[in-house]
Design a protein. Structure first.
Length: 455
């Protein structure tokens, strides 16, 4: 019998919200950073353009035209960087008769100059072919004879002029955004922790109900969780009422049937005739069948939230009873139970299952019995338990194991000695959505492995 299920660990709501918040913060701060970087670039270029316009006016103030149409520029235009070779700032005055280059442009290949109409200016940023910020301004000089001499004043600034400034800004910007993002993430984490605290409290309360420590949800919760609390309590109360009603009905049915059977048994003649023996056996079979069916029905109504049952205590009780019953066989029992193992189900179901399995091992074994029990999932103690009962008897033939584990087979159709008891075991395993397998164990006899899932 196999009812295996693939149980994957769900992602917590808190983890999902944390990942979502971190993702949104990263995207938002990234977009803010890009926007601020672009704004700083525009601002720095606008500031550079203003400084270049000031240099244009300085060069114009230091420039004059001769009567022959040549341009004369003073040696010191007014900015020391224009007189410092390879300073990164260069000036050029282009006239019809001659050109003037600032001393800073010595050994520097400046881009070709285009004549700019008088009164117009143009600003350009560095490109793949031109690695300079450039500002060109068109002017006209009036000569003594009244002629107008067109000229273009150009200022060039190397791309590195703003690169260092932008690198410093970006470093500070992303560092500041990183610190701000960390602070915001911690603040969001704190808000999530405080906001999800009621959910953790209700989760702990439900765990207490599952383990049998609590009967219902009693704490006060936020307004949004009150309907959940109310419905859960209603469900728990309904389950308890239905459980009690069903058990009372089963007890009443058992008592109602026992009385007529007792009357029939007492009415039989007290002799050893074949007819009397047949009737007595039929009455005994009816009593045993009624008991078995009632036990099956009780198993099918197990509570979904039962108090924890200590497995070792129940096993010790059963073994003490079995050793007294089979004291003449001198059976050696090896027991291995995981420390602190608990069964979160009905105590009666566990006793019924263990009693039948161990009784078969004691009855049909050859003097040695091995029993082990551990949790079904080590990381989740409430998930269920795994049991193994093994003996050194003749075992069960392989072709009979399938018949034994076949649901719906009557007790008298099963293998000798494994009738009604194993039928109840199968019902319990099915009720707990578990698995049961029969193999040949290391002791040489039958080895029964059972898993019961409680969560």
């Amino acid at each position: 019998m196999s009812n295996g299920q693939n149980h994957s660990r769900p992602v917590s709501l808190r983890s999902r919200l944390v990942v979502l918040v971190v993702f949104l913060l990263a995207v938002s701060l990234g977009l803010v950073g890009l926007a601020l970087d672009a704004a700083f670039k525009r601002s720095s270029e606008a500031g550079l353009q203003a400084r270049m316009e000031s240099l244009v006016y300085l060069v114009l103030a230091a420039t004059d035209a001769n009567d022959d149409g040549s341009l004369i520029v003073e040696d010191d235009p007014g900015d020391p960087r224009l007189g410092q070779p390879d300073s990164g700032i260069y000036a050029h005055v282009h006239g019809a008769a001659n050109d003037w280059y600032s001393p800073s442009s010595l050994s520097v290949g400046l881009p070709p100059i285009e004549q700019t109409p008088s009164g117009e200016s143009s600003f350009s940023t560095p490109s793949a072919q031109d690695g300079y910020y450039s500002l060109r301004y068109g002017v006209r000089f009036e000569l003594a004879d009244g002629r107008m001499l067109p000229a273009t004043v150009s200022i060039f600034v190397g791309a590195n002029e703003l690169a260092a400034e932008r690198r410093a800004f970006r470093t500070g910007l992303w560092r500041s955004l990183g610190v701000a993002g960390l602070i915001l993430a911690l603040a969001q984490l704190l808000l999530l922790t405080l906001g999800l605290r009621p959910l953790r409290r209700i989760t702990q309360a439900i765990s207490g109900i599952e383990s049998g420590k609590l009967e219902r949800l009693e704490e006060d919760y936020p307004k949004e969780l009150e309907p959940l609390k109310r419905n859960l309590n209603h469900l728990l109360d309904s389950e308890k009422a239905n459980q009690a009603r069903y058990r009372n009905a089963l007890d009443s049915l058992a008592h109602s049937l026992k009385t007529p059977l007792s009357v029939i048994r007492s009415s039989l003649p007290e002799d050893d005739s074949e007819k009397t023996v047949t009737m007595q056996n039929a009455v005994s079979d009816m009593q045993r069948l009624i008991t078995t069916r009632l036990q099956r029905a009780a198993v099918s109504t197990r509570r979904s939230m039962a108090q924890a049952v200590d497995v070792e205590t129940q096993v010790e009780r059963l073994l003490q009873s079995l050793k007294r019953v089979y004291s003449q066989k001198m059976i050696s029992t090896d027991v291995s139970i995981e420390p602190g193992l608990e069964f979160f189900g009905e105590q009666r179901d566990l006793l019924e299952l263990l009693g039948n399995l161990l009784d078969n091992a004691y009855k049909y074994g050859g003097g040695k019995v091995s029993f082990s029990a551990q949790t079904l999932e080590p990381e989740s103690p409430m998930a269920g338990i795994r049991l193994q009962v093994e003996d050194n008897g003749p075992g069960i033939a392989e072709d009979q194991r399938e018949q034994l584990l076949k649901r719906g087979v009557r007790g008298d159709e099963r293998v000798e000695g494994h009738g009604l008891g194993l039928a109840i075991v199968l019902e319990i395993v099915s009720a707990y959505q578990g698995e049961i397998t029969i193999t040949r164990g290391g002791l040489g006899g039958a080895c029964v492995n059972v898993s019961l899932r409680t969560r």
